[in-house]
Design a binder for this molecule. Sequence first.
Ligand code: NAG
Ligand code: NAG
Ligand code: NAG
Length: 507
Amino acid sequence: MSLRLLSWLLLLLSLGLFRHELPGARADSVTSPSAAKTLVWGPGLEANVVLPARFFYVQAADSSGRNLTTSPGEKTFEVKIVAPVEEFTRIWIQVLDRHDGSFLVRYRMYATYTDLHLHVLLKSKHVAGSPFVLKGPVYHEGCDCPQPSGSEWEAHMHCPQSFPQIDRDLAIYSGVDPDANAQEIPQRFGQRQSLCHYTVKDNRVYVKTFGEHVGFRIFMDAILLSLTRKVRLPDMEFFVNLGDWPLEKRKPTEKIHPIFSWCGSNNTRDIVMPTYDLTESVLETMGRVSLDMMSVQANTGPPWPGKNATAFWRGRDSRQERLELVKLSRAHPAMIDAAFTNFFFFKHDESLYGPLVKHVSFFDFFKYKYQINIDGTVAAYRLPYLLAGDSLVLKQDSGYYEHFYNELRPWEHYVPVRADLGDLLEKIQWARDHDEEAKKIALAGQQFARNHLMGNSIFCYYYKLFQEYAKLQVTEPKIRDGMELVEQPSDDLFPCSCHRTRVKDEL
Ligand SMILES: *[C@@H]1O[C@H](CO)[C@@H](O)[C@H](O)[C@H]1NC(C)=O
Ligand SMILES: *[C@@H]1O[C@H](CO)[C@@H](O)[C@H](O)[C@H]1NC(C)=O
Ligand SMILES: *[C@@H]1O[C@H](CO)[C@@H](O)[C@H](O)[C@H]1NC(C)=O
């Protein structure tokens, strides 16, 4: 049968024209979900989990309670959110089909509501425990209404007891001295680096910058302001490195200064935070950022068997190994499709590295089964998004790390590749020869991202880090000369009335 004829037949079938002639033709493989057995859960069903974009999950299940493993259709579930006492609700809702039988529902609120009723509907029928009632006040992201008790906030957020990376980073300090640091750190790093000195006092944020290139402080300001709107932070004083490279190279036997950085390395002792990229994507989810940990889950390309078994990479020339990777790809095009979208750091030699290729949408990466994660200037900040997809990540061994690498396990969440890429071809071949195992690792990596790298986890990490760090302070944090107040953005359009009592300082 010719392809054209086949597609005509498929079209007719989908129009239902052959339904009488071919009663069994409608594939039975996609079972239909049952309203009673479908599962709904997640932080977005709880009033006290305030996030820039709230979210919850829907797992479709059939009438016998079996989970569906393929999509029953993008429009299967309808979600409505209403605040009964309000005339209008300004809430933007998206139902994201994860194509594995589950859905991610996210919503961004532009005002605070007394009570919210969440309706999750399947053909106009309520699903599972729907409607879900959030007893208010249900605060929106912009509402400056901190929970006075940090431990209560952590309990509401279901934060983990501890983060191994925080424990490790702070273990080298028996104490930190804000008075001494305020003198010494600017002397050591203030001239050549891009540094911010922050003080949080009475839950207000103050800052002084050092160096010329301090534009990236907007990310740090934003997360601090967002946190102080949600929970009362301890008084503290700390330095943030806005540059790519971690700074503190001293050995544990020397005097080490605490510097907060977005990337850590085996040779430095900086305290790592979630990267500015991941932080911004959390704060701007359903805002001006289009790639975030939720949108990526709805754009993971074809299912595993339909993915192209060539390993894929796109990026710019920010490291020697990236040049090696592209050369390797040109020598083995059937194994690796790696190409540069930009040349910036090295001289572009087209005979060695080929022409620049057009930028590829990140979501299109997932047309490929194997994703190569290779360092750039420092760690490649795309790893959270790569893990959240349903491809297998081949991760280069690296001296650089982000805040969550400590909890990732080679062969469980990703396939490790030597730092010099010497075994990359071999590892791709392994994955091709062990398809079931490769798929299992891909899904474990995805599960890791779903469990550890969503917005609630990022807020928990920052809070825990600040809390643990603050406990180490041996002198009182102060608002230093030259510091300015970082103001909350004014939200005149949607002011919030905070019902929480403002407690006096617990001294
Ligand atoms: C169905 O999916 C939910 C959510 O992922 C999971 O917790 C549950 O164990 C699954 N049930 C079965 C029977 O596999
Ligand atoms: C898989 O991807 C490679 C590299 O992008 C391409 O050359 C090849 O044609 C693709 N294979 C299929 C079956 O689409
Ligand atoms: C960095 O340290 C980690 C953890 O100890 C180790 O697994 C890794 O091989 C090191 N990588 C490099 C390139 O130094």
